[in-house]
Design a protein around this ligand. Structure first.
Ligand code: SF4
Length: 223
């Protein structure tokens, strides 16, 4: 019974390859302001903000970095203070010990291997201590050359509901999305998913009656 319902829902909305572009276009029209919520003025500030955003909200990170970036302006500044001082300065973002370790390791490598600059190369970003694929994806994307698709909790939930993936883990979900989403949209796609997820397609109570995707979504409650 459940299986035939899913099949019927998929038949109703059509194949994902035919839906992906209209879905992106409708979401872009519905959320013209969708973009990164972190505040930064340089590649270094972008990198630090994204590293600090793990396990906390962007609002929280912005609150911390407003003061942090006045004090720490270049990689050397993060190494010039005692570890405990940097820990205190980023304490409010949580996991401050691990984040301090990652920040200091990253700054050290930036100075030694990259002339104090944040590299543009994706593989080079991934070499930085504490920089995993998601962070490297966000940084590359915000610098205008996305190398993959950022997968967070909203992107995962919406991609599953919209029938773009059957997977649970971010690596497989990203692979499915990279095959489906046009390359030119890799940068804005996660922002659209995230903003739609926050405003409309809530984890517990999706507002299908207010959603611009009901006729394209196999999980719509209105079907
Ligand atoms: S129709 Fe409902 S489940 Fe589908 S994307 Fe919209 S809010 Fe989410």
């Amino acid at each position: 019974m459940a299986r035939s319902y899913v099949k019927e829902a998929r038949r109703r909305v059509g194949p994902k390859r035919a839906r992906i572009v209209p879905i992106i276009e409708r979401l872009a029209a519905a959320h013209p302001d969708a973009g990164i919520a972190l505040r930064f003025r340089s590649p270094l500030e972008l990198l630090v903000s994204v590293m600090l955003s793990a396990q906390t909200t962007d609002v929280n990170v912005n609150r911390v970095t407003d003061r942090l970036f006045e004090k720490y302006r270049k990689p050397e500044d993060y190494l010039a203070v005692p570890v405990e001082e940097l820990e205190r300065d980023i304490f409010a973002t949580g996991f401050y010990r691990q984040k301090t370790k990652s920040l200091r390791g990253t700054m050290q490598m930036l100075i030694e291997d990259y002339d104090g600059q944040v590299p543009t190369d994706f593989a080079a970003l991934l070499r930085l201590p504490g920089v995993a694929r998601k962070t490297a994806n966000v940084v590359s994307s915000e610098r205008g050359s996305p190398q993959g698709i950022v997968v967070d909790t909203h992107v995962r939930r919406l991609s599953q509901r919209l029938g773009f993936t059957k997977h649970e883990d971010p690596v497989h979900i990203e692979r499915d999305l990279m095959r489906l989403v046009p390359r030119a949209d890799w940068g804005r796609f996660p922002h659209l998913m995230i903003w739609h997820g926050r405003r409309v397609c809530d984890a517990r109570r999706p507002l299908c009656e207010e959603c611009v995707l009901t006729d394209l979504c196999p999980s719509s409650r209105l079907a």
